[in-house]
Design a protein around this ligand. Structure first.
Ligand SMILES: [Zn+2]
Ligand SMILES: [Zn+2]
Length: 937
């Protein structure tokens, strides 16, 4: 029999205990399947978007993990083979920045430390602090497989990264070249287009006059004026471009200009790309500092002069400005141009300026030598995967966003000038100047055999490794069977034959993630998954089709969590809600339930603490219901009544002859379970949560428990079989409800469920039992209809009682006019009505007696037989007060409505609302006056 639950529910104690138990007992571990031919069809698996190793859990994570965990727990309870893989990302830039700051605060720099010592330091930092977010996930009960936890710099995953790089290189899909990249002078690395955030700034457009040189080599006195937002880049100008058909400049075709300040002759070139309408129609060309100019330079075979160093100071290509910071140089360049009379004008101009997403420094487009992935044919496959329906997006609109980006994708710059990350496996030869790319660390040049080689100092973009996760976590490349891919090193324990994980879990079922990493991560996983999984043939030895190459079959993009005023949470605004703090206050279950109850696809959540308070009350309600039930089980046991536990763990049923409340609550449970299953299948977490809430609080606690109390009599002479039947239904419905609620409130349900079985549960956890699956045939619609009639009647009687001021505790007779047919339902269940509506007898009548306060509904008329004993003086005083109040309301409304200035200006709905208010007040006033007259005040 159940053990006692403490009087009050204390989430903290309960949650700490079970969180630790789940991890210790490895409840959610999913070992590699042992059976041959394990198939992915009965599987439900997802990869956790790996949080940055530097991260702390924020509300966005908690939301994402809540939705994922509900799905995992639901699928697990449906008997599927479920796997949720956790891990952390080494987060190149973020981690390096963080440790660098520490090092600087200790008076050193990473450069002083040297690369090896610095990397060692980062690893130390990771050992100490890198597990924060996963620790928080453990405490919050995420049902992930901790045995499969990875870190993107783990040796096993690093092998995959190296294999992917070498393979793409061998396939001619990786190249090194000088291109314009977004350069962060603070981080001193190239960053991807996606890592640049643009802000509008009020800046200037400087117009500069370039002297035209005549055939004699002397200035002709004519000028060509160009406009620029970055005048300091003119130091690297190599040409000025005009449109070939621009008649203003036809006479300048083939002429040269003298580049001011640098005294360099540069050609005037013609190119159709130049817009005649923009500015003066003449464009300075600086291939090393602008992507469009770079393309122009390529077309016209122009040199590229890079005038800045890694820190965005002018280098020795910048003449007398060498050594100046870019913005200092800008001022001096402008001043010098002005003093030489070459500044034609300065115009105000709103600029879209790119900043480094990490450190907010203004990004400098700059020519540098980088590694790139040739994005075709990878992108084409990734487009086909979505177009052919092998990957489905929810909400659907994101498929369009994805395709649009994918169809306009550029080659991907994958090198970063950082120290923390996967170092690029390419070695430069100082003898033949060729590059050796190798799976093993190279000691000799593969071209000339020289040992004068050095490995590239660059590391790979963090997203290169996380893009590989769907294949690498399941054993690629060790399991590659196409012959081309090298088998994984034997010391990693991956054998060519050991591919059961891959066969079972790839493609994963679903990805739950945020919109912000749709391009960064989702798109890249699709590209890399569709490419590298081809190495792994199907279990039957056939080639892997595109439908089986995708990294996941569905992508669910969740919404954002905003504050209660729908503002985006941000540190600068100071409106960030720390989930850990809220959890301490209200319990994990209440916070999870809040998030779930507000989560519908495509709608941002306005997180409101009042809702969480409400759901903490919900948790208490369930707790108290459990205590009530346990108390009754104990009492019954003392009276020798034991409940039948045979049906526990399955879907409760009710015999046709069972009492109405039993048949009804079972039917309600089936209907609720049906709705919850459907809602979860459609990612309607909000519908699912709200349906459960209404069932548990409304149907079960407010109605059923109140009614069933009538049948729990254990006193001498009571009908014991009736008590036993009632208790059995009560316990089985409650137990099934716990299972229904378990994915949403895993801690509370675990505690109560274990208490119910008093230490001898049929499984290690409620999470390992079966989710309630409704049977359509058990949907007893007659019970639902009959109960609905009783409920309506009880509600109406309560309302009438309130209206005429029947004291709370007084039981009074009622008169009821109702169809003969329904008469029987009422008579049979008279005890229920008497108890719940505080009624002492029902008089069935053809017509309600005159003078009684009554309510009419389409099904029945009901009246309360009650003689009010009232204090006339007090009642008159009350009425007078109320009359005065309503008179004032009417007068106020009349004054406003009589004011033409107001009625002309106010929106029609405001005016209509006010008119309605006025009419209602007048109606109430008439009634009050009539009451006063009847009392003869
Ligand atoms: Zn930066
Ligand atoms: Zn060589």
């Amino acid at each position: 029999m159940p053990h006692d639950l403490p009087k009050a529910y204390d989430p903290t104690a309960v949650e700490d205990h079970w969180a630790e138990y789940w991890v210790r007992e490895k409840l959610f571990s999913q070992p590699t399947p042992t059976q041959e031919g394990a198939s992915s069809s009965q599987c439900f698996d997802i990869l956790l978007p790996p949080p940055n190793v530097t991260g702390n859990l924020h509300m966005g994570h908690m939301f994402e993990h809540t939705e994922s965990d509900i799905l995992m727990r639901w699928h697990r309870m449906r008997g599927e083979r479920v796997l949720w893989i956790p891990g952390t990302d080494h987060a190149g830039i973020a981690t390096q920045m963080l440790v660098e700051r520490q090092v600087v605060s200790e008076g050193s720099t990473r450069q002083k430390m040297g690369r090896d010592a610095f990397i060692k330091r980062v690893w130390q930092w990771r050992e100490h602090y890198g597990g924060t977010i996963l620790g928080q996930m453990k405490r919050l009960g995420a049902s992930v497989d901790w045995d499969r936890e990875y870190f993107t710099m783990d040796e096993r995953l690093s092998v995959a990264v190296r294999e992917a790089f070498v393979k793409l290189y061998e396939q001619g899909l990786i190249y090194r070249g000088a291109y314009i990249v977004n350069w962060c002078p603070r981080c001193q690395t190239a960053i991807s287009d996606l890592e640049v955030v643009y802000d509008e700034h009020k800046g200037h457009l400087w117009e500069i006059r370039y002297p035209v040189i005549g055939d004699d080599g002397k200035d002709t006195g004519e000028f060509l004026t160009v406009a620029t937002t970055r005048p300091e880049t003119m130091l690297g100008d190599v040409a000025v471009a005009i449109h070939p058909e621009d008649e203003r400049y036809t006479h300048l075709h083939g002429k040269k200009l003298r580049l001011p300040l640098m005294d360099r002759e540069i050609p005037i070139i013609t190119d159709e790309w130049v817009s005649r309408e923009f500015g003066t129609g003449a464009v300075k060309v600086t291939p090393a500092h602008d992507p469009n100019d770079f393309a122009l330079g390529q077309r016209h075979n122009l040199p590229s002069i890079n005038v800045m160093d890694d820190t965005a100071h002018i280098n020795d290509q910048g003449g007398k400005y060498s050594g100046l910071d870019r913005f200092v140089a800008r001022k001096e360049v402008v001043a010098d141009l002005e003093s030489q009379g070459l500044l034609a004008g300065i115009k105000d101009h709103v600029n879209n300026i790119g900043h480094c997403d990490r450190c907010k420094t203004i990004v400098e487009p700059r020519l540098s030598l980088q590694w790139f992935i040739k994005i075709q044919p990878l992108a084409d496959k990734a487009i086909a995967a979505v177009k052919e329906g092998h990957i489905k997006f929810t909400p659907e609109m994101y498929a369009k966003t994805y395709l649009n980006w994918m169809e306009n994708i550029h080659d991907w710059c994958i090198s970063r000038q950082l120290w923390w990350g996967h170092r690029i496996p390419a070695w430069h030869c100082y003898v033949c100047h060729k590059t050796t790319v190798s799976r093993e660390d190279a000691t000799k040049c593969s071209h000339c055999g020289s040992d004068k080689i050095e490995q590239s100092t660059d590391v790979l973009d963090t997203w290169f490794s996380s893009g590989l996760l769907p294949v690498s976590v399941f054993g690629w490349p060790g399991i590659a069977t196409n012959g081309e891919g090298a088998p994984g090193p034997s010391h990693l324990g991956i054998r060519n034959s050991d591919r059961r994980d891959f066969d079972t879990f790839y493609p994963t079922s679903l990805l739950v993630t945020g919109f912000d990493i749709l391009f960064f991560w989702v798109a890249r996983m699709i590209m890399m998954g569709c490419w590298f999984s081809l190495d792994v043939k199907m279990p039957d030895g056939s080639d892997r089709p595109l439908s089986e190459s995708v990294p996941f079959r569905e992508v669910y993009i969740h919404a954002l969590v905003r504050d209660a005023n729908r503002e985006k949470m941000s540190k600068t605004k100071g409106n960030v809600i720390d989930p850990i703090e809220i959890v301490k206050q209200y319990g994990t279950d209440a916070v999870r339930f809040t998030l779930a109850s507000m989560a519908s696809p495509g709608t941002d959540i306005a997180f409101n603490i009042a809702r969480t308070e409400g759901y903490r009350a919900f948790a208490n309600k369930i707790w108290n219901a459990a205590r009530f039930m346990f108390m009754n089980i104990d009492r019954a046991a003392e009276a020798g009544i034991t409940i039948d536990t045979a049906a526990l763990g399955s879907m409760p049923t009710a015999a046709p002859g069972a009492p109405l409340e039993s048949r009804w609550i079972v039917a309600e449970l089936h209907a609720t379970a049906d709705k919850v299953n459907q809602a979860l299948a459609n990612y309607r977490f909000d519908d699912a949560a709200n349906v459960i809430y209404q069932f548990f609080w409304g149907s079960f606690c407010d109605w059923y428990l109140e009614i069933v109390k009538l049948s729990l009599d254990v006193s001498e002479g009571a009908d014991k079989s009736r008590t036993q039947a009632a208790l059995t239904t009560l316990v089985s419905v409650f137990e099934a409800s716990l299972r229904l609620l378990s994915p949403f409130m895993p801690f509370l349900t675990e505690e109560v469920w274990h208490a119910l079985y008093d230490g001898k549960p049929p499984a290690k956890s409620i999470a390992l039992t079966r989710f309630p699956q409704p049977a359509r045939s058990d949907l007893d619609s007659a019970a639902l209809e009959q109960m609905s009639l009783l409920q309506t009647l009880i509600i109406e009687v309560r309302a009438v009682r309130k209206e005429i001021g029947v004291e709370e505790k007084a039981a009074v007779p009622i008169e009821l006019r109702i169809d003969q047919q329904q008469n029987a339902v009422i008579s049979t269940n008279q005890a229920i009505i008497e108890r719940l509506a505080r009624v002492t007898g029902i008089r069935f009548v053809d017509q309600i007696s005159s003078g009684l306060a009554r309510h009419a509904t389409p099904q029945f008329d009901v009246a309360v037989v009650y003689e009010r004993k009232i204090d006339v003086a007090a009642e008159c005083e009350k009425l007078n007060k109320e009359i005065a109040k309503q008179e004032k309301n009417v007068a106020n409304s009349d004054r406003q409505l009589g004011n033409p200035a107001f009625t002309a200006k106010a929106p029609p709905h405001i005016v209509d609302g006010l008119k309605k208010q006025r009419d209602e007040a007048q109606h109430l006033l008439d009634k009050l006056r009539a009451d006063r007259d009847s009392l003869a005040c």
